[in-house]
Write a protein that binds this ligand. Structure first.
Ligand code: IVH
Length: 707
C-alpha cells in the first residue's frame, strides 16, 4: 500500500480535512475487517498505526468533524500495540513426551528412582486426554476473575482477559474459592463448531482455518473481544498456578475441586495404579479419539500425590512428575519434487524436501526436513541404516508425518514407485549462497559452509537470530525487516543496528517510502533499538549465535561470570583444553567440552572477535542476576558423598540446584560444603584436609528446608 499524499496537519484546512477523512476511515475499517474477521491482515501494524494516528490528529484539530462512530473510538484500537503482557506468578511449564509404551514404563521407573521408591511400592498416576488447543492461565482474587493470559514463553504471556471473559466455560466469579486461585487449562474448539465456523467464513468469502487448534488460537488472540465472543470456544481445566491455599492433597481430588468450583474438567480423567493401568487407559482413550468431538493428541500422566509432585519438582521447562504419551503421528504419501539447501547461521547446509502438497493431520505439508546428507543417503556415518537403508531421490514417493508442531519428516520411501531415471542425490560440496567450500568435520553429520561472515546466508541468519525473541527482541525489527536491511546494505552485522539512526536517520524519507514503513514506524524502530542498548548479559551471550550456546547455556554462562567484562576477559585468555580459564569454564554444570570449545574458538577468530567488539562498544550490559540469595545454600558449591537415607542423590541434587547451589561430583578447593552420609570415604578425608565444612544428611535437610 502506498502512503496517502500528506499535508502536514498544521497546514491542513478544514475543507481538506473533510475531503481526506472518509478515505482514511475507509482504509482503517478495511484493515479492521481484514485483521479481525479474516485473521488475514492486509497492511502492516505500522501502516495501520500511521493511518489511525493521522485520523486522530485531524480529529483533534477539527473536533466538529469527528463522528461518534469514528474508528478512533472503537475497541480493538490497540492493534499496533497488540496485547499487553502478563508475567505469570508461577511459570507455565510444558510437558516431556513419550512415544512408546517403553517410555511410559521408563517414566515410572525414573519417578521411583528419583524418590527412592521400591518397584513394588504403591504409586498412583492420573491419566487424562491431552487436549490439542492452547493453554490459558486465569487468575481469580477473592473469587473474581482478575486476568487471563496465554502461555507466551512460559514466563510472560499475553493479556487476553477480555476475550477469556467471553468463553462460557470460564466463570467470571466463583464462590468458595481460595483468595488467590490461578486455574490453568486448555482453550479449544469442538469439531462441530469448527466446521460451522469454516462454513460461515466460506459463505462470506472468508478464509478457512486449517484445523480447530488454529481456529481456537486465532479466535482467542483477537484484539476485539466481540469477535472472540462470536467464536464458540471451550475450556478444560487441568492444572493450577498460584494458590493461597491448596486445592487438595492429590491430583484427582484437585481436579474434582476445580469441577466443583465451576470449571469443566475432562470426563476421561482416571486414577491409575501403575504403567499397565495407564497404558490400558491410553488404549481406551485412543479408541474413543475419533468420537470425542474435539482434537486430542495424546494422554497425560501425572503423579497423583501432590506432596510427591512437590518433591519431584521441575527440570528447566518440564515437570518431573508428568509426561505426555503422544499418539502416533499421522502419515501421508506424496512425491518429492526437489531438494533445496538452506544455509543456517552456523553455516550448516540443511537439505529441505520440496513436496507435492499433501494434507497430513489437517495441515497442508509442502516441505519436510531431510536433516543432512547421511539422512538422504539412508545410512549414518557409522554405516547404520536409516529407513531400512533406503536413500531418497528426487522423484521418489515418500511418506511424510507430522508430530505436534514439529517440522514434517520423512518416514519411508516407496522403492516400487521410484522413477527409472531417478539418480542418487549428490550433496553439494560448496555453499549454494557464497560458493565457499562446505566441509564435514569428523564425527559431524552436517556439512558446513566455510565462508563465515563473508557468506550472506550466514550473515543474515546470524542477524535474524540476533533480533529474535530470546535475544535482542527489537520491536519492529524481525526476520523480514533484517533481510530487507541486509539486502539494502544498511545492516551487515549486529553492530550496524546500533548505528542505523546515526547513518540513516536522515534516510527516514527513503525508509518510509518502502512497503511496511511509515515515518512513525521508522521513528519507533529507532526508539526500540535505543531501548535495547541496555541488555541483560544472558541475552547478549545468547544473541551472539555461538554454535551450541542455547538460551539455557547462555544463562548458565551469564550466571557464572556475572559481567560482560569477566566473561570476555576469561574467553579471551582461555585456551582450548587447558589452563585455569578453561578449567573454570568446564567446571560450570551443564557446560561440556563441545560447548566450551565452540565459545573459546569464537573469541579466537579475529573477524568474529572484531565483530563482537564493534557490537559491545554500543551496549551497556546488565550484570547477571545472582543465584537465589534467599536460601542459605545459594551460591555454594556442594558435594554429596556416602549413602543418603531420606532422599535419593538425584533428589538431593535437584533440591540443592533449585535453591541456587552448584552440585559438584568431586571435592576441590572450590567446594564449600560436603554432605556426608554413612560410608563416606576419600571425599570426606579430602574435605577434612582442605578444611571444608562437612555436615550429615539431617543437617543438610535443616539447611535446605527438608523435602
Ligand atoms: S499439564 C506443568 N494436562 O500440553 C504441566 N497439559 O505439551 C502443565 N495440555 O503446555 C500441563 N492437555 O498446553 C496438561 N491434560 C493436560 C493437557 C495439557 C493439553 C497442553 C498444555 C501444555 C502442553 C504441553
Amino acid at each position: 500500500m502506498s502512503e496517502p499524499s500528506r499535508t502536514e496537519i498544521d497546514a491542513l484546512s478544514e475543507a481538506e480535512a473533510r475531503a481526506e477523512m472518509p478515505s482514511l476511515i475507509a482504509k482503517i475499517e478495511a484493515a479492521n475487517t481484514a485483521y479481525h474477521t479474516h485473521d488475514a491482515p492486509e497492511i502492516s501494524d505500522a501502516e495501520y498505526d500511521a493511518l489511525k494516528q493521522r485520523l486522530a490528529a485531524i480529529e483533534a484539530k477539527f473536533p466538529a468533524l469527528k463522528s461518534e462512530q469514528s474508528p478512533t473510538e472503537q475497541v480493538g484500537g490497540q492493534l499496533a500495540e497488540g496485547f499487553g503482557k502478563i508475567t505469570h506468578a508461577i511459570r507455565m511449564m510444558s510437558l516431556a513426551n513419550a512415544f512408546s509404551d517403553e517410555e511410559v514404563t521408563e517414566f515410572d521407573e525414573s519417578v521411583r528412582s528419583f524418590l527412592g521408591l521400591k518397584s513394588d511400592a504403591k504409586l498412583n498416576y492420573t491419566a487424562e486426554p491431552k487436549i490439542d488447543g492452547l493453554s490459558l492461565s486465569i487468575r481469580y482474587e477473592k473469587g473474581k476473575l482478575i486476568h487471563a493470559a496465554t502461555r507466551g514463553d512460559g514466563a510472560v504471556g499475553e493479556n487476553v482477559t477480555e476475550n477469556a471473559r467471553t468463553i462460557d466455560d470460564i466463570p467470571t466469579s466463583i464462590a468458595d474459592a481460595p483468595d488467590v486461585l490461578e486455574v490453568r487449562g486448555e482453550v479449544y474448539m469442538s469439531h462441530a463448531d469448527f466446521e460451522a465456523l469454516n462454513s460461515r467464513n466460506e459463505a462470506a468469502g472468508e478464509k478457512r482455518f486449517a484445523n480447530p487448534r488454529n481456529a481456537a488460537a486465532g479466535s482467542l488472540r483477537q484484539l476485539d473481544p466481540k469477535v472472540t465472543a462470536s467464536r464458540p470456544l471451550k475450556f478444560f481445566a487441568y492444572a493450577w498456578g498460584e494458590l493461597s491455599a491448596p486445592l487438595a492433597e492429590t491430583q484427582i481430588e484437585a481436579i474434582a475441586r476445580l469441577q466443583s468450583l465451576g470449571f469443566q474438567t475432562n470426563p476421561l480423567t482416571e486414577l491409575c495404579d501403575g504403567p499397565a493401568d495407564m497404558l490400558a487407559h491410553y488404549r481406551e482413550i485412543e479408541a474413543k479419539r475419533a468420537t470425542l468431538g474435539y482434537d486430542i493428541d495424546g494422554v497425560v500422566y501425572k503423579v497423583n500425590d501432590l506432596a510427591l509432585q512437590r518433591r519431584l519438582g521441575f527440570r528447566s521447562t518440564t515437570p518431573r512428575w508428568a509426561i505426555a504419551h503422544k499418539f502416533p503421528a499421522e502419515l501421508a504419501w506424496t512425491q518429492l519434487e526437489g531438494i533445496d539447501i538452506q544455509v543456517g547461521r552456523t553455516g550448516a547446509l540443511s537439505p529441505v524436501a520440496r513436496l507435492t502438497p499433501v494434507t497430513v493431520g489437517g495441515v497442508v505439508v509442502s516441505n519436510a526436513t531431510l536433516h543432512n546428507e547421511d539422512y538422504i543417503a539412508g545410512r549414518d556415518s557409522k554405516g547404520a541404516e536409516i529407513r531400512g537403508g533406503k536413500d531418497i531421490r528426487v522423484g521418489d514417493w515418500v511418506q511424510v508425518y507430522r508430530a505436534g508442531d514439529v517440522i514434517p519428516k520423512i518416514a519411508d520411501v516407496d522403492l516400487a514407485r521410484r522413477p527409472e531415471d531417478a539418480v542418487p542425490y549428490d550433496f553439494p560440496t560448496h555453499c549454494p549462497r557464497c560458493g565457499s567450500e562446505a566441509i564435514r568435520e569428523e564425527g559431524d553429520a552436517v556439512r558446513r559452509c566455510t565462508g563465515g561472515l563473508i557468506c550472506p546466508a550466514q550473515a543474515v541468519e546470524k542477524l535474524k537470530h540476533f533480533v529474535s525473541r530470546a535475544a535482542f527482541d527489537i520491536e519492529g525489527l524481525g526476520a523480514k525487516q533484517v533481510e530487507q536491511f541486509y539486502e539494502d546494505g544498511w545492516i551487515k552485522e549486529p553492530a550496524d543496528i546500533f548505528t542505523l539512526e546515526e547513518r540513516y536517520g536522515q534516510g527516514i524519507q527513503q525508509l518510509k517510502n518502502r512497503e511496511g514503513w511509515g515515518e512513525k514506524s521508522a521513528r519507533n524502530l529507532f526508539a526500540a533499538i535505543a531501548e535495547k542498548r541496555r541488555i541483560p548479559l544472558q541475552r547478549l551471550i545468547f544473541a551472539l549465535g555461538i554454535r551450541h550456546v542455547g538460551e539455557t547455556s547462555a544463562g548458565m554462562l551469564a550466571t557464572h561470570y556475572g559481567t560482560w567484562d569477566a566473561f570476555e576477559t576469561a574467553m579471551t585468555q582461555a585456551d582450548c583444553g587447558q589452563g585455569p580459564e578453561w578449567d573454570d569454564l568446564i567446571s560450570i554444570d551443564g557446560v561440556g567440552e563441545t560447548l566450551a570449545t565452540s565459545v573459546v574458538t569464537t573469541f579466537q577468530q579475529e573477524a568474529e572477535r572484531a565483530s563482537i567488539d564493534r557490537l559491545t562498544a554500543h551496549l551497556s550490559v546488565e550484570e547477571a542476576e545472582k543465584p537465589k540469595s534467599d536460601s542459605p545454600v545459594s551460591g555454594l558449591t556442594v558435594v554429596f558423598t556416602g549413602t543418603l537415607e531420606k532422599m535419593t542423590r538425584a533428589e538431593a541434587k535437584a533440591r540443592a540446584e533449585a535453591l541456587g547451589a552448584k552440585v559438584s561430583g568431586s571435592v576441590s578447593a572450590k567446594t564449600d560444603l560436603l554432605v556426608a552420609g554413612p560410608g563416606a570415604g576419600s571425599k570426606a578425608k579430602k574435605a577434612a584436609e582442605l578444611n571444608i565444612r562437612v555436615i550429615d544428611e539431617d543437617e543438610w535437610i535443616a539447611l535446605a528446608g527438608g523435602a
